[in-house]
Structures are given as structure tokens and as C-alpha cells.
Write a protein that binds this ligand. Structure first.
Ligand code: ZN
Length: 286
């Protein structure tokens, strides 16, 4: 297991962690708390306006770690799939505008659509936008979601499934580090993949091949009131976060550890206090 982190220099917060805050409030709050990184969710960026948001972020001194999220490629008809591809092109443009190195992909699933078909459509959708991503200087990070989301959020549920899509592409972005040199890679989120007995091997493989784009942290509470918005702060649940961070780092990962917590409970609290809690938990449990 790696040594505990002694400072916040690799800490990033997702704006969804502080969902009630506007982009301007998040920038201000993270800076006051000494958090150097920010992953921007599109709803917060679009509410601020793309140009105004980009200007705000540039002036903030914060490192933009990613734009969340693109994806949702599968659809029951061609029009739906084309709409998704257009939206992903727009997400890539938004990422480029704010200096985000990647768009995180929640790949999508449609109730009733066979998972194998959804997976084909996801690979096709990524293929349709990958060149645009490369020419925009933006990576695409496939985020495998826990299998409990296979019904309607993502047909990509394991690191191995994400890897098999990455293996279909050989696009590189010049100037990037070895561990994330490929345009199409993976956002590894401990919430979704901690249970996987192939996790260590897959992280090492992803790092070796240049697919390890991002590392997300929160915790898995043993009792969750619902599937989406009751995630725990690091240390509150059963995920061996520090061990998994060690695996990512043994694979060469030196990027930000992104705190991404969907929680109706925490969104109802004072958000400054929540950021302070996240910072303390980051040092104690990540
Ligand atoms: Zn995530």
C-alpha cells in the first residue's frame, strides 16, 4: 500500500460533488480550501456560459482535470445515435474551450436494447468522434460503471470491457505522458470497479498501453438508500481506496485523484463544510 498523501497537490473536485454550487461558487470554494483541481460538469459550465466559464476557469489558476460528461451513445434508432454523436462533438469542443484534457464518457445503455448491441453502438459512437477529439487535443475517457447501472446508464461495466474498446483505437496525442498517451482511454472510478478481481491487472495494463486517463474516488457505503445519489465520502465505506491508488501508481499514474461524490445528503449540507470534509477525507483515506 502506498504512503498516505501528505498534501492536496493532486486533489481535484468534481463540480457534481458540490452540485448546488454554480461554477463560480465552486471555483471560489475550491480555491479557498486549497484544492488545486476541478472537473467541470457540463450542466455547471452551460449554466455559466461556455465563454464566460472558460474565462473564469483560466483566471482561477485551478487545473481543469476533465469535462464530464459525454457518452450515452446507444439509442433505439439512427436519429438518436446521430444526436448522441453530435452532442459528443459538442462536448469535445467545450472541453477544448475550457482547457480540459479529456471528456469522461458515461457510455450509455437503453432499457430493452441488448447489451451486446449497446456495446457495438458505443464503439461505433466513439469511432465517430475520436478523430475530432484528437484534432482538438482532447482525450476520451471511458468510465466503466458498476453493473447495477447496466440497465440504463452504461453497458460498459468492467475495466476489461473498456479495455477492449480502447484496443480498437491506436490514436495518440503528441506531448502527452506515457500513461495517458492514447486518445481513447479509461477513467477508473473506485466506486464502480473496486469489486473486480481483475482490477489490479487491468490498471497495470491500462497504464502500460497509455489508456489510464483518470482516477476517481468516493466510497461504497454498505447501506445505500438508492443507487445513484447516496455515495460515501472516502473512508465512509468499504473500498480499499489507498490500495487501489497504489495499483494505479504502480502502473505509472501520477495524475489527479478526483473526488466525485453524488449524494443528496451531502448536497443538502453547507457546501464549504463539505469541501473541508472531502479535503480531510482525501488525506486520511486516499
Ligand atoms: Zn467517476
Amino acid at each position: 500500500m502506498p504512503a498516505p498523501l501528505t498534501d492536496l497537490s493532486r486533489c481535484s473536485l468534481h463540480t457534481m460533488t458540490t452540485k448546488p454550487w454554480s461554477l463560480a461558487q465552486a471555483v471560489d470554494g475550491y480555491r479557498r480550501a486549497g484544492i488545486p483541481g476541478i472537473t467541470v460538469w457540463r450542466q455547471h459550465l452551460q449554466a455559466a456560459g461556455i465563454d464566460a466559464g472558460a474565462k473564469l476557469l483560466r483566471a482561477s489558476g485551478l487545473t481543469v482535470t476533465a469535462l464530464c460528461r459525454g457518452g450515452f451513445f446507444p439509442a433505439v434508432d439512427r436519429a438518436g445515435r446521430e444526436k448522441a454523436i453530435a452532442d459528443n462533438r459538442q462536448a469535445i469542443d467545450e472541453a477544448a474551450a475550457i482547457g480540459a484534457p479529456m471528456v469522461v464518457l458515461v457510455c450509455g445503455a437503453v432499457p430493452g436494447l441488448p447489451l451486446a448491441e449497446a456495446r457495438r453502438q458505443i464503439a461505433d459512437g466513439i469511432a465517430a468522434v475520436a478523430d475530432h477529439a484528437r484534432s482538438s487535443g482532447v482525450r476520451l475517457a471511458i468510465e466503466p460503471l458498476h453493473p447495477s447501472y447496466a440497465g440504463d446508464r452504461s453497458a460498459i461495466n468492467t475495466m476489461a470491457q473498456a479495455r477492449r474498446i480502447c484496443q480498437q483505437f491506436d490514436l495518440e496525442l503528441p506531448g502527452s505522458s506515457a500513461v495517458d498517451r492514447k486518445v481513447v482511454g479509461i477513467a477508473a472510478d473506485v466506486y464502480h470497479i473496486w469489486w473486480d478481481d481483475a482490477l489490479e491487472d487491468e490498471l497495470v495494463l491500462a497504464g502500460h498501453h497509455g489508456w489510464l486517463h483518470a482516477f476517481h474516488v468516493c466510497d461504497w457505503k454498505l447501506v445505500q438508500s438508492e443507487m445513484l445519489n447516496d455515495r460515501g465520502i472516502m473512508g465512509e465505506g468499504c473500498i480499499p481506496i489507498r490500495t487501489i491508488r497504489g495499483w494505479a501508481e504502480s502502473a505509472g499514474f501520477r495524475g489527479f485523484n478526483e473526488v466525485e461524490i453524488f449524494s443528496t445528503k451531502y448536497w443538502a449540507e453547507d457546501q464549504d463544510a463539505l469541501v473541508a470534509k472531502c479535503a480531510a477525507a482525501y488525506l486520511a483515506a486516499v
